[in-house]
Design a protein around this ligand. Sequence first.
Ligand SMILES: [Zn+2]
Length: 148
Amino acid sequence: MTAVWLTDGSTLVDDETALREVLAPVLVDVEETTGMGLTVELRRNVPQAEDLTCTVFPEGKSWDDFEVEPVARATIRLTRRNAFAEQIASAASSIESLVTKEQWERAGRGGWPPCQLHNHQLRPTASDGVAVWRCPSGGPDVPIGELR
Ligand SMILES: [Zn+2]
């Protein structure tokens, strides 16, 4: 299930393009490993030129639903001056929490993405200019966007 992008038209095209580039590898990992659909909603609610913001919801949810009842969501706020790999790792951290929470509610298991070697989840970080999922026990890094 590919992520759905929603915009109220107030977000700059350049901002949306930048957000799509940063989120793309993370969304690929979610899709490849969980099949979970996500909705990415853009609203220019934080008018700070330095930041890129959007909100990620589970499939079929949006700010309209949130105004009726609390909905799980991940807030993405990226600082433009940060390196690209750092932006990806930052976005991955927010989405990691959302996916873990959703998997727990749907399937009774959490800890996304799981480490292939140990019983824990991987953590996103930027390493030598590359955004990676890192095993906290020293297992090999997996580039974000290449989970299978
Ligand atoms: Zn591990």
